[in-house]
Design a protein around this ligand. Structure first.
Ligand SMILES: Cc1cc2nc3c(=O)[nH]c(=O)nc-3n(C[C@H](O)[C@H](O)[C@H](O)COP(=O)(O)O)c2cc1C
Length: 443
């Protein structure tokens, strides 16, 4: 009998939470973005709970929201992940450390070198969330007037991947002989100069750091578009994705793994990890109350801006304490409008509550008891909507602690999650093979 599949869990770290109201929640650490002691505590707690990885998302500009909303959000600012994660590597031993870095605004030599360093410093725990950068304002911080066009960004990203992985393969694993007698430090026969000249990038190489412990740090993708899915199928070993429900999650899972198989890749060598907000209560009603309290901490004005965008219609004249009125279709996103209308009809939320939901967090959420949350996670795993989750904590530290203390033991009791790490590297945790060096056979 085949062994039961288990969930993989990554922590989606915006250190104060992704939810815009979280910094105002009772007991929250509003300054966690810049408080290393808090970040260390979070990483160590997640490691005790045997999480696969701590994932630090990143943006290269403050979020592109109107200033009246921005001024109310803690998600504006954060540490640079590639400065933070090596520091966390020194205070943890097993948990994977995944950072976002941009193929649009960075240089491949830089990225290859930094992630190889993180992999060595952490003893094989690094992962790279390879994004093309979603926030167009980043262009303005890098000497450009406009964001590079979407398909162009993905073409550059594909070439970027080849260059970065080629640089990681610069040295055979046994290149550094360090022979004290002969005075030979490395074997020049075991060194490859990449000499890449492509459409977007020109990089001679070799990389000035030994091959990473994992061969390559784990490659993560988070794109959703046609181009994003295709590059994931070609290159990714883990995928972060925003899927609103199990049905859509299954169709994404089948699509990306199908593309992978058509390319001759083994679909088990990619773990699909949808993002989910998980809010734990003593009872369903308790969890729903906590969520309502959290949403109520989103300022109405900033929620209103999000609601108007989602509806494609200015909601500022609606009565905040009445149900959502009928709204004519517009030229904006039909899907997001329909999602809001469905939510309003299903839950009887007022305009104010809808605005606060949209302004806080409106993606996939598991809100309930440890048992109902485990049921939902199990369903996604068994119905092949996911190989695990990138967990968003609703508020920190409380929401993170509750997940680790209550949901993880329930998943372990069901045999759905590890009780101990069985390996030492992020590849071990995710069940991924170590890539061979494309230029050298093992010596
Ligand atoms: C869980 C998750 C995490 C993401 N993290 C980042 C991030 O840290 N930085 C970033 O610029 N974009 C991030 N994104 C956005 C994606 O990179 C991507 O731009 C978005 O999903 C739209 O897909 P597309 O670019 O293929 O249209 C994330 C997306 C998801 C679902």
């Amino acid at each position: 009998m085949a062994a039961q599949r288990q969930l993989h869990l990554g922590a989606f770290m915006r250190p104060v939470s992704l939810h815009t109201g979280a910094w105002r929640y009772p007991g929250a650490y509003p300054d966690a973005n810049f408080n290393f002691a808090h970040l260390k505590r979070f990483a160590q707690t997640l490691e005790r709970a045997k999480f696969d990885a701590f994932f630090m998302a990143d943006h290269l500009a403050v979020l592109n929201m109107p200033i009246d909303s921005l001024k109310r959000s803690h998600t504006v600012t954060s540490f640079d992940p590639l400065t933070l994660l090596p520091a966390l590597a020194a205070v943890t031993e097993r948990i994977g450390l995944v950072a976002t870095a941009s193929t649009t605004f960075d240089q491949p030599y830089h990225i290859a070198r930094k992630f190889a360093s993180l992999d060595h410093i952490s003893n094989g725990r690094a992962g790279w969330n390879m994004v093309t950068t979603s926030n167009p304002d980043a262009a303005l911080n890098f000497g450009m007037d406009d964001h590079m066009e979407h398909s162009e960004r993905y073409k550059r990203a594909r070439e970027f991947f080849d260059v970065v992985t080629g640089l990681w393969d610069s040295w055979a694993d046994d290149a550094f002989v360090r022979n004290v007698e002969d005075g030979i430090y490395f074997d020049p026969e075991r060194l490859h100069v990449l000499d890449h000249k492509g459409q977007y990038l020109s990089v001679r190489g070799p990389l000035n750091i030994a091959r990473p412990i994992q061969g390559w740090p784990v490659i993560v993708q988070a794109g959703a578009s046609e181009d994003g899915r295709q590059i994931a199928a070609e290159t990714a070993e883990a995928v972060f994705t925003a899927q609103p429900d199990l049905q859509k999650g299954r169709s994404f899972y089948t699509d990306v793994k199908g593309r992978m198989e058509r390319l001759g890749r083994n679909p088990d060598h990619m773990k699909i990890l949808p993002a989910a907000l998980v809010l734990v209560g003593e009872s369903l009603a308790d969890a729903q109350d906590k969520r309502a309290r959290l949403d109520s901490l989103v300022h109405y004005d900033s929620g209103l801006a999000s609601l108007s965008i989602a509806l494609g219609h200015d909601a500022s004249n609606f009565d905040p304490d009445a149900p959502l009125p009928d709204i004519p279709e517009s030229n904006a996103s039909k899907t997001s409008r329909q999602n809001v209308v469905d939510l309003a009809r299903r839950t009887n939320m007022t305009v104010r509550q809808l605005a606060q939901r949209l302004g806080g967090y409106s993606g996939l959420a598991f809100v309930g008891t440890p048992q109902t949350i485990a049921d939902e996670m199990q369903d996604w795993l068994e119905q092949r909507g996911a190989d695990g989750f990138t967990v968003n904590f609703p508020y920190l530290p409380g929401g993170l602690d509750e997940f680790c203390e209550k949901v993880v033991p329930e998943l372990q009791r069901r045999g759905l999650f590890r009780r101990e790490y069985t390996g030492t590297t992020l590849r071990d945790h995710l069940g991924l093979p170590r890539p061979e060096n494309r230029f050298f056979r093992p010596g």
